[in-house]
Design a protein around this ligand. Sequence first.
Ligand code: UDP
Length: 499
Amino acid sequence: MAMEKENHELRAIFVPFLSTSHIIPLVDMARLFAMHDVDVTILTTSHNATIFQKSIDLDSARGRPIRTHCLKFPASMVGLPAGVEAFNVDTRKDMLPKIFMGLAILQPEMESLFQQLNADFIVTDMFYPWSVDAAAKLGIPRIMFHGASYLARSALHSVQHYKPYLKVDSDSEKFVLPGLPHELEMTRLQIPEWVRTPNLYTELMRTIAESEKRSYGSLFNSFYELESDYYVHYKKVMGTKSWGLGPVSLWANQDASDKAARAGRGQAKLEQKGKEEEDSGCLKWLHSKPENSVLYVSFGSMSKFPSLQLVEIAQALEDSGHDFMWVVKKKDGEDGSFLEEFEKRVKASNKGYLIWGWAPQLLILENPAIGGIVTHCGWNTVMESVNAGLAMATWPMFAEQFFNEKLLVDALKIGVAVGVKEWRKWQQFGEEVVKKDQIAKAIALLMGNGEESVEMRRRARELSDAAKRAIKFGGSSHTNLLQLIQELESLKLDRINGK
Ligand code: UDP
């Protein structure tokens, strides 16, 4: 009997990319499969495993069939210092190709693990297009993980297919993104540069899109009710299967212990003494504040602003009159005295709380004191804010963040645009400094009491309810997961029976 169970158990391998914001949602997804009795192995490198291992340990202790298999990143072979094996806020530009080289060296090992571990299917990040062929060799499905929204992927498809940015006379003239369910307007400067001016990254994206079409399907951290038009549209234009399983952070991290584990304290670099006290300090501060009174300001895990921009943000926050919690990442080598003074002042007035480095974001967002968020529109933060029922002031910077802004501001109407004009390459800040008046205007609308503001917040709360329903039995994401697992089980049976 036990043998029989073993043979029919569905085994999966999940391979996240080497960056925090791709790891977090894919690991949460892997945990959801394990929660539903799929035997899961996550492949990653030792240093990246520290980001999420606590969550896996918690799940194992609960008896769930999940584990991490660590690979040794070949740092010295590619000329990187030991421990540099991820794309994160501190990764220097010259290190990027070396990390990709390290990943290429690991590829054969990963491929042979797919076989050794008897995987029945693999779920791999979009940045592993080769895995579609590896899965085909074994006769098993490859499912691709997208770290973005359905709207963002649909919008990208629209600009690449119709090239509307070539039909305007200037960089700032607006055009409508053709063929989409809403009339979404953008300018040429807000489109990713690699779309406007093809380069090596454009080629990589082309390979990824091609591998997606040959994959069994794709998984998104999104849910039907959030962007149903784009959910349908995307599947139609791509001609592929796709499942929204979101919000994965809400679903996979229901206990306080899970949320705390997700706080990022596991990150080796952040294990510094005092971090736990610091986390509880910021939560204590929030508990002392009235409901919906505090503005949370964060720009994700990947960016550090130059001082010039930090000064504008600080002044806008201080002038806003609202209490705020700001996650600050200061660039190395820049004069930090202005911020130190600022921190002293807002601490004395009890108006503001600065978090240096990494914040326990899930715990912060769900705190009733938080009334709104200024965000760079990173998709994980957007989903986490939707869970928490928060309206957003949108400040996109790179990747697909300008498209996410369109979803929040124009489609869902739960966002107010700060008014950023120019897409930048990750870690490059270009010429544009967003001025304090612009920031202040968006904050006033986000936190204000006028009809527009109240309505925006009401819609955000409605979406939070929809998110909670999506992951319950009978909800859209819940049903998607159960159906997908069933489908994968019958594919396995077909394979065993030689069909
Ligand atoms: N995050 C966090 N604390 C921080 C910064 C980020 O917990 O101080 C988490 C956040 O909750 C989210 C992820 O890191 O899950 C950031 O992903 P997102 O897609 O929002 O932005 P990116 O980091 O890719 O720019």
